[in-house]
Design a binder for this molecule. Structure first.
Ligand code: 6PG
Length: 249
């Protein structure tokens, strides 16, 4: 299947990005459930994805989304317990899960409280079971949500990190020297197996990096977000005008 070109959507501001992302979530969920009986989504940490989760928790979206058949996973997690202030699970629970009728069995949390290598291997097993994967197969999420840091990182795939070269694993532990901490992250082949990948990027502070990622020379080791290209899926960038201000569109 040939890769379709990325869809780049520029919206007025961060709230408009959150609203557009919420509308797409609900639409993709409806299509997936109609076709396969469930909607599988990998969530991202970060303040921009958080705005989407908070938007989905509002009555206008909360009541329209098919939570009973939605399964949430995490694209990355910090190596901390779920109650920790840095936990992506905690953030998603506060912003969304505490407000919607998602069955507990549909919440597939990364066990960041465990030793990183064990937590990663455990989550790979969660993914293999949830997607009925055979050896060498990757999960085809209906939707993978991603943010992007001003350094070009995405999920917990950071510049110049050996994690970027992982070609066989689904989910790994990675030490991030830039942060001096450990992270747990879906690998690039796992992200790139998705049916839809949606980046949510807002703010002037991301503009130059976004220009380099989308219109600069290929350099995925320095700009990991450049390595996200779902060969058999659709890549979409939802941007506000500030983040898109350095692009030539
Ligand atoms: C994380 C995220 C990370 C985040 C980006 C963007 O665990 O922190 O997975 O990749 O999405 O850093 O975050 P902001 O939207 O807050 O800039």
């Amino acid at each position: 299947m040939t890769e379709s070109p990325p869809e780049i959507v520029v919206l007025d501001d961060a709230q408009a990005v959150a609203e557009e992302a919420a509308a797409r979530w609900v639409a993709l969920a409806g299509d997936a459930i109609a076709a396969r009986g469930r909607f599988t989504v990998a969530l991202s940490g970060g303040s921009t994805p958080r705005a989407l989760y908070e938007r989905l928790a509002r009555p206008s979206h909360r009541e329209g989304a098919p939570w009973a058949n939605t399964h949430v996973f995490w694209g990355d997690e910090r190596a901390v317990p779920p109650a920790h202030a840095d936990s992506n699970y905690r953030m998603v629970h506060e912003a969304l899960l505490a407000h919607v009728a998602l069955p507990l069995d549909n919440i597939h949390r990364v066990r960041g409280e465990n030793a990183p290598q064990y937590a990663a291997a455990d989550y790979e097993q969660v993914l293999r079971l949830a997607f009925e994967l055979r050896s060498g197969q990757f999960p085809r999420f209906d939707l993978v949500l991603l943010g992007m840091g001003a350094d070009g990182h995405t999920a917990s795939l950071f510049p110049d990190n050996p994690a970027l070269d992982e070609a066989g694993r689904l989910f790994i532990a990675t030490h991030v020297p830039q942060l001096d901490n450990d992270r747990l992250t879906m690998t690039l082949p796992a992200i790139n197996a998705a049916a839809h990948v949606v980046f949510l990027v807002v703010g002037e502070g991301k503009a130059d990096t976004l220009r380099d990622v989308l219109q600069g020379d290929p350099d995925p080791t320095r700009l990991p977000a450049q390595a996200v290209h779902p060969a058999g899926g659709q890549l979409t960038w939802l941007l506000d005008k500030a983040a898109a201000s350095a692009l030539s569109l």
